[in-house]
Design a protein around this ligand. Sequence first.
Ligand code: AQP
Length: 332
Amino acid sequence: MAKSDKKTIFSGVQPSGTIHIGNYLGAIKNWVGLQDKYDSIFCVVDYHAITVKQEPEELGRNILDVVKIYMASGINPEKSVIFRQSDISAHTELAWILNCAAARVSDLNKMTQFKDKAGQEKENVSVGLYDYPVLMAADILLYNTDLVPVGEDQKQHVELARTLARRFNSRYGEVFKIPEVEIRKEGARIMGLDEANKKMSKSASPANYIALTDTPEAAAKKITRAVTDSGKEIKYDKENKPAISNLLTIYSLLSGEEIKELEKKYQGKGYGDFKKDLSRTVGEFLTTFQKKYNSFEDDEVREILKEGAEKARPVAEETLGRVKERLGIKNS
Ligand code: AQP
């Protein structure tokens, strides 16, 4: 990567299943606007995906599909670096070093995403799932990242990256830049369609999410069946009307209409009318999105990943080299 005066952003998506509009509205959509202002690095975090079981053939497919989703969303590989995490071994090397030289069991015991994902199975899930936030810290810290644009569920993990960076710096001298988290207010936590008190999630049932690859008809069916709240009013009130507030957020972010305008538009109308129009808005978005998504070839994507890794690797290796020097494990 050519050195510039711009600040650096880093973020990623796991190729762990079907990418949904929560991933898009909470993260990817925001990256598009940031790529002109920042040196931007967008990773496909495949080593994160294998913290839970993946089918090998599907994983290979999903990696290429995530890149297509980045590009269909407007991430331009001419402006931004797009690469696959497993192509740069410095990620796992630095994660191990941070495990030993900065992270504590007590840090990881606080991670709420692990508690949510492991649930009752916390003694039987992989050690990788538990250690996931340390690998994420390595991802971020390798690139002297200034800003990490993510959805709200990742806030705690970015805070851990800051803690680990500070701890390492105070013990071994300044090596890591302390990154800031960037969370947009709107869309930071899109909730499930079938359960409005839980975030929309790839690993939930398909009724929970609208996939970016859903047909408009499939999406409309899911919206029709989406849970609603008591009362008839179309009103944004997260506390008392979490389901309608979530649908209003999706509608507003995809249409560009303010929530206040939407509330006015549906005054005196019922959930049926609202859902019909929301389905149309979502359908139009998906049709345009998928046209772009389907225009990319696998070989083109492989080339983008290769070039991206070639640009990112020297930066990662330079940081890792400094870390190893501080630890006394380089050139001894
Ligand atoms: N529901 C959501 N609302 C807003 N943002 C979200 N993100 C995820 N879910 C929502 C953001 O999407 C980016 C990529 O997420 P990830 O691939 O790291 O997966 P995740 O955060 O673990 O959540 P998923 O997509 O639901 O996957 P599973 O089911 O595997 O946990 C991140 O910036 C994230 O904040």
